[in-house]
Ligand binder design. Sequence first.
Ligand code: TPP
Length: 687
Amino acid sequence: MLKKLITDYRFPDDLRNMTEDELEILAYEIRDFLIEKIAKTGGHAAPNLGVVELTVAIHKVFDIPSDQVVWDVGHQSYVHKILTGRADGFDRLRQYGGISGFPKSGESDADVYNSGHSSTSISVAMGLAEARDLKGGAHKVLAVIGDGAMTGGEAFEGLNNAGNRKTDIIVILNDNEMSISKNIGSLSHHLNKLRSSRAYLNMKKSLKKSITGIPGVGEGLYRGLDHMRDLMRYAVITESIFEDLGFSYYGPVDGNNLRDVTELLEAAKSIGGPVLIHAITKKGKGYRNAEIAPDKFHSVGPFDTETGKPFAKAKRDTWSALCGKSLIELAEKDERVIAVTAAMTDGTGLLPFADKFPERFFDVGIAEAHAVTFAAGLAIGGMRPFVCCYSTFLQRAYDQIVMDAAMQNLPVVFMIDRAGNVGHDGETHHGVFDLSYLKHIPNMTIMAPADGSELVAMMRYALFENGGPCAIRYPKGVPDVIYPADRGAHPIEREQTCGTDAFAARVPSDAAVPGVVRRAPLANMQSSADGARGIPEMPPLAMGKSAVLREGRDMEIWAVGNFASVGLDAADLLRERGVEAKVVNPRFVKPLDEAALRAAGRGGAPLLILEDNVVKGGFGESVLAFLAENGYGNRALALGWPDDFVTHGSVAELRAHCGLDAAAVARRAERLCERNGAFVRAESGDR
Ligand SMILES: Cc1ncc(C[n+]2csc(CCOP(=O)(O)OP(=O)(O)O)c2C)c(N)n1
């Protein structure tokens, strides 16, 4: 019986003829299916478990894809994918070559808009609806938006515009009281008030029953009683922000009650103009582990369905955790330090900071632009704000970074998490543009740490040494160890002693070559901890100074940030082929280490630049321009992500696909060394 409906019926066509009982069974099967599949591939578990009935009802009532539904963020679109004929694809959900974890128009006509970033659905739906009206169409347009996404400014802009124009759209507010963590803000309080006004719905239901019961005229009469409905609404609910913005508000309805939500959607379908349906759902519904910890199950890697425990757990601190720990250390030393996040407290490693310094911690909601301008205000007010934000979401705040932070040369520190390719979340989430969108901004200092100890050193530098706006960008996951903690010397000194000290005894024997710094065994990372917190120590940085990781006479590899590992691995491979590559960690993307580049220019060795950013506008282009402008004739090649939106898959697969793994880099480096001729222009990987 299990999964019979999912596999035996053809969706979405058969769904409309299913009985209420069958739909209930279908909802049960879908939940089971989601848990089984997401446990294997990872994905957005709790958001999808919460919208099963709501999505079934949407597909029952509306004729998708003729009617159009826009999913805000899109992380909750799995049920929609199942109901539009894509259940078979779930074994490869988010895997390279498999279906995406977000709506993708290339996958299905039912995915009308490729989402990933929050709070856009109302604007998109409004555009679709206005286009429909201009073309004389009659289909319905829906936006499904969570209470978290509704805290984003663009959602208000959409409501404001659509409400005023009386655009015929249906906005379904999926209110589970959660963003990724508990939802916050005044709107959340307002929704609480609306949530407690269930009496309104009950009154409306009994009214409908009595009116539609009148033979012959009842149904039409009920539809015509808009004014009475309005009167009743104002009699029971004092005020709703949505009505003030021009929307007809319906609800709250239990979004996990298939019958109730179907009935309300049916009613909404027959009403024109901007309509908002307020559906209350439970995030993680039907899977105990997710109901208990909906935040942990917001987005998960593969897990054990029995225990809910992840299969893989990082043994060392992630970049985000190190950022959070280091920020606590800085906040203890300097009471001006403030942490700001836009609804990513856990993701950016700030939970411990929020616990320890609640008064110096600000979660502003899904409002990156506000976060930056708010931080600018804090800085003017004498504080030292650290804005912790994923690279991809900080794109939202470009204007604020330029105008509000940089133009006034304010000491706002941007902790740019998930910079670089992020893997399975795919094209909407890869953080591969930040170096390009920051590099050209005056006053901006940009750093990229090669490992955790360098991240901490850079944060200290940003607070104590750097007076203006500053960005530190680092990737998802756990850092490699490039600078072992028990080797607290500056890397230049380290090179001179490498191979003779205690560290050399613990690194692989082939690395014990003078002038070569190798990554140490993982255990070293925590060994010389800074106090009890396990923060590795490194001497202070010098503005714009790069560091040599490995000497080599034949060529130079300048590997930015986390790509230091790729550079070092490529250098190993090159040595096997008789090419000795020097590996440089630029540390600073801006300003450039001009002295080191001049030395490279004078030496004439070929130069390969490697970064976890698109080549266009990246660090490599800065280096190429510097060499060209200063008349150096080195052969040089910039490698990074291509001028394209890279798909989803594991980071390793995507690097290999784009020619950015060590093997491909070594091949390119070898060719670079062999090639005769002049300057090689910037190009992306081996595709
Ligand atoms: C601009 C932007 N900032 C941050 C995020 C990260 N993010 C993804 S889902 C989410 C919470 C969304 O909450 P809600 O809309 O209530 O949906 P739920 O997961 O609760 O169903 C956040 C903050 C994003 N996708 N886009």
